[in-house]
Ligand binder design. Sequence first.
Ligand code: UTP
Length: 288
Amino acid sequence: MRPVRKAVLPVAGLGTRVLPGAKNTPKEMLNVVDRPILSYIVAEGRAAGIEHFVFVTGRGKEAIEDYFDHHPELESQLEAKGKLEMLEEIRAELPRPGEMSFVRQMAPLGLGHAVWCARDVIGDEPFAVMLPDMLMDAKVPALKQAVDAYNQVGGNIIAVEPCPPGEAHKYGIVALDGHEGRLNRMTGMVEKPAPGTEPSNLFISGRYILQPEIFKLLAAQQKGAGGEIQLTDAMARLMAVESFHALEYDGVTYDCGDKIGLLRANVAFALKRPDLGAEARAAIMKLL
Ligand code: UTP
């Protein structure tokens, strides 16, 4: 089985749900506690064995590229002031030269279109897609769980989780061929089903392992729900010829593309931090 070495991170969306903060700062660069959301996502990818990250970017997203590069003035200041721990922490996040690629989507036409923009960098091998606004807190990093499932059954893997009752119409929902354990063969999927028509309560939560054949289907550029080129539609077509499994991964997702989701992530991650947790708890309790 060919290994999963590359990940696509689509970051070209406009982030309208987290305006005005995302007007000039890419929403993927908004902070959770003391670092941008993307910092957690890249760490999760590395923990799953990803060797190359392909960011699909757009206008005004330059801060992302700069974050994953040296900042000579800052680094020499930290060195001069003896703040060596922070210097070490900042340098530890830097990629090896050539470990990251940046391609432009040029217009936010939908997630399917964003993934298609990465086709030449991915080439003819299986790859991961990580939606960077979905921050996942899990003992075994969520993408690692997906890669482990891929190593077990091959084909295409989609991480899913139960959605709150009555909210299926907001998400991509999967249909399963029987439901036993956490890894199940899929029979279909639908983007934003009309209320009451959803085939299950499991929504596609932002981590995928896909085969490169998806690019041929995305090339048709068919528009789906919301007038966007949907990844879900191309995956549904790929399912006619390739196997898909849904993995109910073990962990908690925070939708950081949403104001309350971002707030919840900040609280949850601050409370978990060994250096900040006690102080964060005291501060929150005082507010309550
Ligand atoms: P979202 O739908 O959550 O992002 O897409 P958005 O369009 O920025 O959100 P709102 O609704 O306006 O707030 C999930 C991920 O896919 C990327 C986004 O940047 C986000 O990380 N995306 C979405 C693209 O890269 N290109 C697109 O055309 C659409």
